[in-house]
Design a protein around this ligand. Sequence first.
Ligand code: 4UV
Length: 515
Amino acid sequence: MIRSSWADVEIPESTVHEHVLAGAAARGDHPALIDGRNGQTMTYAEFAHGVDRLAAGLAAAGLRPGEVLALFSPNTLLYPVVFHAALKAGATVTTVNALSTGKDLSAQLRDSNARFLVTISAFLDRVEQASGQVEQIFLCDSFEGYQTVVGLMGNDHPTPSVAIDPKTTVAVLPYSSGTTGVAKGVMLTHRNLVANLAQFQPVIAYTPQDRVIAVLPFFHIYGLTAVMNAALAAGATIVVLPRFDLNEFLGALAQQRVTRVLVAPPIVLALAKHPAVAEHDLSSLQWVMSGAAPLDGDLAAACAERLGCAVQQGYGMTELSPVSHAQPFGTASAKPGSIGGLLPNTEARVVDVATGADLGPGQPGELLVRGPQVMLGYLGKSAETASTIDAEGWLHTGDLALVDAEGDFFIVDRVKELIKYKGYQVPPAELEAVLLAHPGIADAAVVAGHDATGEEIPHAFVALAPASTLSAEDIMSYVAERVAPYKKVRAVSFVDTIPKSASGKILRKDLRATL
Ligand code: 4UV
């Protein structure tokens, strides 16, 4: 067993909103959030006041403790206000990927049993396909016929004071496919999130002087914890962008004198290689952190050299609230490709995939993690929970890792079926179901392939039905019409049969080996 080299931190017995908002009102006019496109600012006092008023408004509108509010929005200044207000009213927030199709949204609303939905007017076309699943819809902006979040805030009801047990109350319910199958609700308690914030702060070392860019989406646990909640808890200022547009991103970094950048590898690639980077003054940057997918050591070094600041990695998983490993702020990129050591209060094992036996330093095996950030379980899926968290509390990550003699970890491969496209989760099971529904396809399997730039992509293996004349392009456009853009199949290989084990499981390793 490998223990963290950090001293344990104390985990406050508070809720997420109490923890994040503890110092907010007293920070007064210090900016909490700045819109990276137009400079609109929300101060900490406004943030704290907004959370109180909206919590009261949501409670008055009928949101009860224990109920679920779905938040379907890109990053906006109001996102953290809605998130914390719902928690303060005693509810659970299910964060929805902003790229979800109407069908994805509908499935998540149904599975999570959400009663309230908060969204933006630009998403109403997709919301309309799913609106039968919720009782009330509120908009962060406005559109005729819809109630608004700002309208809800205009009330003088008392702020709700709900007794919440941090250990048993689910604060956030993001969706993740985990090691197998389709997306499942990941139950993260108040305690899980507060623990991860307390564990992460010594490593990330945010200060109130920091300006953190929020280009990672808040709906994904990496953006939610490592950017939104960690920065707000530390009194830093978040520069908010609704999506990644290279020029807007570079402009915001320069204009807002951003100090900290947390991203996924494709943005590190742009920072290292794109000519536009040279047109912006990025001298305020102190640190770039990459996570959510593997970062090549040479690419990190090229980016660090160009920007003149450290480029390091963290590792996380939705089921870990999400951070378990990170290279600490203030150290140089000494070990190319490493995800760093364990966060405080975290233990790990590296085990043989076949036998489960513990392996020594330098030997690759499945990474198991134990700590207070390990999820409560998957909503309504006890068998999946039991196959992910064992009886001793070890979370089986499905990632292949090795650890060196100094306790630094390296992710070397993935043994679970999950595919990551630009850091987003693509569950193969979902694409296989879409492919199998086509009458011209007899059997199909989807695995992680790579495109010419080395980016991981969903690669489909297809056995055509007799007399079917489908081309690779036909198949790719058929899938593209039915799934969110980041889940598209981007390469197709034709095979006679899909290799399977005696029990009927797709032999994904064999398919990957042919690529
Ligand atoms: O569940 P998920 O989509 O979660 C994430 C979370 C990433 C985070 C979070 C907080 C951080 O501070 C941070 O640095 C990264 O992505 O997907 C989990 C899977 O993504 C892969 C791995 O397969 C996980 O099981 N993954 C995440 N980070 C890395 C990675 C990494 N640094 N290198 C390789 N694979």
